[in-house]
Design a protein around this ligand. Structure first.
Ligand code: UDP
Length: 241
């Protein structure tokens, strides 16, 4: 009897933008979009893959755009970090409704709603099959949740950062503007830098590059795509050494 195919990754960090939780409009929280995400996460958890999720907050608030409208940057950034916790709770709710045990850990103390971020505890949760959702970004203003994803992936020993987007990978030019835009199935960090391809913000990207943390950029809105990535199918773009 042939052995069933094993997942390519055993421990993944999934980065979800706030926009993704907003569904079609990208604003606020779409219960349907959150349910769809939870279903995809359950699918890979059921394969025995350990899943950590870092959630963004752009569907609710972004510090930079707040500062353009007169809110002090650091204050706006804290507002953005709080937004990520709201999103984390929404995702937790959807996952638990599917019978998936979860824990939310926040980089900002919020003991009534989330555990504090404790690396060893997070790893223990993963070993017990719980999905761990990291809210609060890095806990510091002037950073992004992409940077939080890169940081936490390294800290907890994830094998890859899976960056969920609405496009199916990294292109050499904007596919919405250029019909001849070419998608990379794989690209090196140095080539992505040379071509100034916006995979992640520069802090997040260099954290991954310096620590040889692979990044997969993929379309999370295609059903079962997360599973495909985890099973090692050539989906999206793999950025690595
Ligand atoms: N943020 C921050 N520090 C962090 C992570 C996030 O200050 O470590 C703030 C920042 O204002 C950011 C907002 O939280 O704009 C929402 O996060 P992000 O823009 O990364 O969310 P996404 O684009 O993934 O939805």
């Amino acid at each position: 009897m042939s052995k069933a195919k094993q997942p390519k990754y055993r421990r993944i960090l999934l980065k979800l933008s706030g926009e993704a939780l907003g569904g079609e409009s990208g604003v606020g929280i779409s219960p349907q979009a959150v349910r769809d995400m939870a279903n995809q996460i359950r699918e890979v958890r059921d394969l025995g893959v350990q899943v950590v999720v870092v959630v963004g907050g752009g569907n609710i608030f972004r510090g930079l755009s707040g500062s353009q409208r007169g809110i002090e940057r650091a204050t706006g950034d804290y507002m953005g970090m709080l937004a990520t916790v709201i999103n984390g709770l929404a995702l937790q709710d959807a996952l638990e409704k599917l019978g998936v045990a979860t824990r939310v850990q926040s980089a900002i103390a919020m003991s009534q709603v989330a555990e504090p971020f404790i690396r060893r505890r997070a790893v223990r949760h993963l070993e017990k099959g719980r999905v761990v959702i990291f809210g609060g970004g890095t806990g510091n203003p002037y950073f992004s949740t992409d940077t939080a994803a890169a940081l936490r992936a390294n800290e907890i020993g994830a094998e890859v950062v899976l960056k969920a987007t609405k496009v199916d990978g990294v292109y050499d030019s904007d596919p919405k503007k250029n019909s001849r835009a070419k998608r990379y199935s794989q690209i090196s960090y140095s080539e992505a830098l040379r071509q100034q391809l916006k995979v992640m913000d520069s802090t997040a990207f260099s954290l991954c590059m310096d620590n040889k943390m692979p990044i997969v950029v993929f379309d999370f809105f295609r059903p079962h795509n997360l599973r495909r990535v985890v099973m090692g199918e050539r989906v999206g773009t793999l950025v690595r050494n």
